[in-house]
Design a protein around this ligand. Structure first.
Ligand SMILES: Cc1ncc(COP(=O)(O)O)c(C=O)c1O
Length: 399
């Protein structure tokens, strides 16, 4: 069921409507925006239809039962027990990040961002007149990890907040306990709060395990703001609903001053329903989804194997995003993007858009049907073969 191809081109799907503007053509398969071309769970549509039978759509609050469903989901999946009073509704995780920056730092303060990373992380910092303190991830044994020495050397008295992407978009890492513990230790020692964006935390491939940052210890819980969302896991981004969890009471007071100033709290009737349904009944859907995504990774790996001297990627530990390492193609970032758009007719996210450290990479969203992925692979393989034959001819010509 999940594998059925659904044509989104006639809807207002952002990945389609912005194609022309972004890629200069609509003749690309869009694989950039991080939502899925896979169906949203049927039981959510059923619940929304049922609500439509009641003919009034007045003001509504997100019900306690929805928060309880999330608490139980996070407890049973990730072993982390939250309390109802920690949770705030937000229409978007990016909005929550902006609110946290306002609440837990002042104009001119530094906020740590671990690049390459989801671009709104650094935009949220600069848009609020704070300074981005870049702590780029480093590559060890072919895998991205934190650079603690770099972090320690850069922290100043102005460093107030660290934006942690866990699991990490775009590098696909699911951080290990030891990695998170060392990061937490540095933050505790330096009085730095942590915003842990855990929106991708349900999309984990075995045997990896998501460790909620706030679950590391009581001390860590006390410096953490966690953002959660159902948008990725259940393909509900269009519903615009997510939550923020803050355990520390004093931090909640500081947060509420900012939160209340923008009158955020009400939300949308259908989003409330979708949110509660997803967390109450979403387990079988998620299992089917992860099986599907696992197969897509295998397929992509197999298809790209003959081209590994040009493109390779580490199987993501989490997320439905593959960060293709194209450095061996020896192309400048503009040329690389142009190869994907003009030759392969694929609309990927350029690695460079995640920060300078993303140079030479392209991010491909593989949360699509088998039918669409087959087409993507066909176009990419054809473009790579054509490129190779031109390179071969050029080499022969130079003798
Ligand atoms: C790490 C991360 N945070 C937040 C978001 C967006 O969340 P929202 O749509 O709730 O603002 C994304 C979307 O790609 C993401 O990858």
């Amino acid at each position: 069921m999940i594998d059925n191809f659904i044509d989104r081109s006639q809807t207002n799907a952002e990945k389609y409507t912005l194609r022309e503007e972004l890629f200069g053509t609509s003749d690309v398969i869009p694989l950039w925006v991080a939502d899925m071309d896979l169906r949203t769970p049927e039981f959510i549509f059923e619940a929304i239809k049922k609500r439509c039978e009641h003919k009034i759509l007045g003001y509504e609050e997100i019900p306690n039962s929805a928060y309880e469903a999330q608490i139980e989901w996070v407890r049973s999946r990730h072993g982390f027990a939250m309390k109802k009073e920690w949770l705030y509704y937000s229409h978007s995780v990016v909005a929550s990040i902006n609110l946290a920056i306002k609440a837990f730092s002042n104009v001119g303060d530094e906020v740590i961002v671990q690049t390459p990373v989801y671009p709104p992380f650094f935009h949220s910092v600069t848009n609020n007149d704070r300074k981005v303190l870049k702590n780029p991830l480093k590559i060890v044994d072919g895998n991205f990890t934190f650079d603690f020495d770099d972090l320690r050397s850069k922290i100043t008295s102005k460093t107030k907040l660290l934006l942690l992407c866990s699991p990490h978009n775009p590098v696909g890492r699911v951080w290990k306990r030891e990695e998170l513990e060392e990061l937490a230790q540095i933050c505790l020692e330096n009085n730095i709060k942590v915003l842990a964006d855990e929106i991708h935390s349900d999309l984990i491939y075995k045997p990896n395990k998501h460790i909620p940052f706030a679950s590391l210890s009581k001390e860590v819980e006390n410096i953490t703001i966690t953002t959660y969302g159902v948008g990725k896991t259940f393909n509900l981004a269009g519903m615009a609903i997510s939550t923020i969890a803050i355990a520390n009471e004093k931090m909640r007071e500081d947060f509420e001053r900012v939160y209340e100033s923008i009158h955020f709290a009400q939300g949308n009737t259908f989003a409330h329903i979708a949110f509660e349904e997803a967390y109450s009944n979403g387990q079988p859907y998620l299992e089917e989804l992860m099986t599907h995504l696992g197969k897509k990774i295998e397929k992509l790996q197999k298809a790209l194997e003959p081209f590994k001297d040009q493109i390779s990627f580490n199987s993501p530990e989490g997320t439905y995003l593959a960060l293709l390492n194209c450095k061996k193609m020896n192309l400048k970032d503009k040329e690389l993007r142009s190869f994907f758009v003009k030759e392969a007719k694929l609309g990927l996210s350029a690695g460079i858009s995640f920060g300078r450290e993303g140079s030479g990479y392209m991010r491909l969203n593989f949360a699509v049907s088998s039918k669409l992925l087959d087409q993507v692979i066909e176009q990419l393989v054809k473009a790579l073969n054509e490129r190779n034959s031109v390179i071969r001819k050029d080499k022969l010509g130079s003798f």
